[in-house]
Design a protein around this ligand. Structure first.
Ligand code: C5J
Length: 220
């Protein structure tokens, strides 16, 4: 068994049972005119991690390990969008509204797509999820079980919302979870720092965190 240098202690990598989960690296969170920007956020924080996410994906592809991409999005008829989610906050554009990149966070719209630099390739799983967590109302659990996956390495945005929610869901389902620090981001640096601290607190209560170079070395 290989080990990845990590916090709060080395991650016990089981290479044949590990997969990468890239959370919501979508235009709607990374580009002007999208959902993230409509909430008043500085989306340049998200675009800044694209090269590191790309290196991580390339490392998993080179190692022949599975990659799962998620997209936060809803059906065009909004039947999977509870009013409690749609009406929260005060964005300029709400989910389902027409924006400069098409309808906000609606499946199939240009703005909902994964950033072209990080686009999935043939054979990689893409999960469309209506919630913050990637297990809720999706086939993710069944797909991972079918592939014999027991460990999940996480990247994507935002650290304290969809990434952390999915890690907590995965942890409760028995997966060992590792978050790659440079490959995740928040619109709020203090929230990213707090989420990382929470995840690895109390002897990895939710999971581990590690530096990108250490993960790439571990999986090579
Ligand atoms: C948010 C996400 N923050 N992908 N979505 O609304 O974290």
């Amino acid at each position: 068994m290989a080990e990845i240098r990590a916090e709060p202690f080395a991650f016990p990598l089981k290479k044949g049972a590990a997969a990468l989960v890239v959370i919501d690296m979508q235009r709607d969170f990374a580009e002007e005119g999208g959902f993230g920007a409509s909430l008043g956020n500085d989306v340049s924080r998200v675009t800044a991690i694209v090269p590191d996410v790309k290196r991580l994906i390339a490392g998993f592809r080179a190692a022949g390990l599975p990659i799962i991409h998620t997209m936060e999005c809803h059906r065009p008829d909004l039947s999977d969008l509870p009013p409690a989610k749609r009406d929260r906050g005060a964005p300029k554009l709400r989910i389902g509204d027409e924006g400069p990149m098409g309808r906000i966070l609606i499946a199939g719209e240009p703005g909902t797509a994964i950033l072209p630099e990080l686009a999935p390739v043939a054979g990689e799983v893409v999960i469309e999820k209506p919630g913050k967590g990637a297990f809720y109302a999706t086939p993710l659990g069944d797909i991972l079980a079918e592939k014999g996956i027991a460990q999940l390495v996480f990247a994507g945005v935002t650290t304290e919302v969809c990434v952390q929610t999915t890690m907590r869901e995965a942890n409760d389902r028995g997966y060992e979870c590792l978050l790659v620090e440079e490959a995740t981001e928040s619109y709020f640096p203090e929230f990213k720092a707090a989420a990382i601290a929470m995840i690895r607190a109390q002897g990895a209560i939710v999971g581990w965190t590690a530096k990108l170079d250490d993960v790439l070395e571990g999986i090579a």
